[in-house]
Design a binder for this molecule. Structure first.
Ligand SMILES: C[S@@+](CC[C@H](N)C(=O)[O-])C[C@H]1O[C@@H](n2cnc3c(N)ncnc32)[C@H](O)[C@@H]1O
Length: 233
């Protein structure tokens, strides 16, 4: 059964944490790291000059940008616990604020790029959210290919993404990123799991990154310009 989510659900989840929680780990040890790297590639190849991250969570991507590609950055999330952690992680209190991403007044600034990873699938009114993004803004988003009690929807093929978001975003690229099997991708953790699974060849291959995208799960990272309102259906 789908679980309704509001900021309290996320506050509780982020407060609980846990040693292998990918949202508490340093970004380079989190299973989200390959997806963040795909976003970074996209930012670089498009020469994006400034970023507004919607649903920035605990700031993993913001931290990676700070370390590897310093850029003008603003991040919003409706979980105050997530924002506290993002501020602590990046030591940049001015970059983050707490608000509901569905508030139209958030979109008055003129950042060149909106980033929205692993958020759209959690929001029943995802299309309403994208509609708020200013025309001409470059958008980099990710959505999963697997279901969860927290997902309103998920996608199996690129065509499904185009048919849901294509009238709002002029999608020019969709990249498949496999999700690592382990939430904590530290080498020591991988070695431990390789040892434990030494008699399970399929699992060993999956741990080494040779699993099938549909079976092990992953993300579609897609990007393109927000269309002007005249083109919306
Ligand atoms: C699965 S997490 C993804 C976090 C981050 N984008 C990442 O990829 O690491 C989803 C995030 O979206 C936030 N979120 C969900 N609905 C939101 C809304 N309506 N307004 C603001 N933030 C929202 C949650 O609080 C949570 O931090």
């Amino acid at each position: 059964m789908k679980k309704a989510q509001n900021h309290t659900t996320y506050d509780e989840m982020f407060a609980k944490g846990g040693k292998d929680d990918p949202y508490q780990l340093p970004y380079w040890l989190s299973c989200y790291y390959p997806m963040y790297l795909a976003v970074l590639d996209e930012i670089k190849s498009n020469g994006c000059s400034s970023v507004f991250e919607i649903g920035c969570g605990t700031g993993g991507l913001a931290h990676l940008l700070k370390d590897r590609h310093p850029i003008e950055y603003r991040g919003v999330d409706f979980s105050s616990v997530a924002i506290e952690k993002a501020v602590k992680r990046t030591n940049n209190p001015d970059a983050f604020f707490v608000a509901d991403a569905l508030s139209p007044e958030l979109y008055q600034n003129t950042e060149s790029t909106i980033i929205c990873t692993e958020v759209l699938e959690h929001i029943p009114q995802d299309l309403k959210l994208v509609e708020l993004w200013p025309a001409g803004t470059y958008c980099i988003c990710s959505v999963p290919n697997y279901d969860s009690q927290y997902h309103e929807r998920f996608f199996k093929e690129e065509t499904e993404i185009i048919s849901r978001y294509g009238h709002l975003i002029e999608i020019n690229k969709i990249k498949r990123i496999k999700k690592p099997i382990l939430e904590n991708i530290a080498k020591s953790n991988l070695l431990r799991h390789l040892r434990w699974n030494r008699y399970r060849p399929k699992r060993l291959l999956e741990l080494l990154g040779f699993g099938d995208f549909d079976e092990v799960g992953g993300w579609f990272v897609f990007s393109g310009k927000r269309r002007s309102t005249e083109n919306e259906e």
